[in-house]
Design a protein around this ligand. Structure first.
Ligand SMILES: [Zn+2]
Length: 152
């Protein structure tokens, strides 16, 4: 199990990449008062924020200082926050953070393009929460290459 995070509203891009790598990251564009507090305390999440003032209010928080996603990920890696291996990549819904489950070909056939089925690209996953499908296509290969370039 990797570390669990909650990211403040300015970190949408970083959140996407953390979820690509399989990290459990809570994120929304607006947090009602007290929610971040509860997520840090009750769910043992590390708060990620770019605001020093925000970070200062929590015991388990990490200040993101870099501007680019690559450097933000590197900051986290250097501090030992990113411990998941490659087998965790693409295990989580990028939209809603839920763990994916494997989809049967039958359910998938109604929900994904024909060419994906015809080319038998491999394991197809579905998000049990929002219903989004995922498969190892060119988009995924691009993201894998990007992560490798960044040293993951
Ligand atoms: Zn989802």
């Amino acid at each position: 199990m990797g570390k669990k995070f909650v990211a403040d509203a300015m970190l949408g891009k970083l959140v996407k990449w953390l979820r690509v790598m399989g990290y459990d990251v809570r994120y929304q564009s607006h947090y009602p008062s007290g929610l971040i507090d509860r997520l840090v305390r009750n769910e043992a999440r590390t708060l990620l924020s770019r605001r020093l003032k925000t970070v200062a209010g929590y015991q388990d928080a990490f200040l993101i200082t870099a501007d680019s996603v690559r450097e933000q990920l590197l900051e986290m890696k250097i501090r030992g926050l990113l411990t998941l291996g490659r087998s965790s990549w693409f295990s989580r819904c990028l939209r809603c953070n839920t763990l994916l489950k494997e989809a049967t070909l039958e359910e998938a056939s109604f929900n994904i393009p024909d060419y994906v089925l015809n080319e038998k690209v491999g394991k197809i996953s579905v998000c049990p929460s929002c219903g989004r499908y995922y498969w190892p296509g060119t988009h995924r290969v691009r993201m894998e290459k990007q992560l490798e370039e960044w040293g993951f």
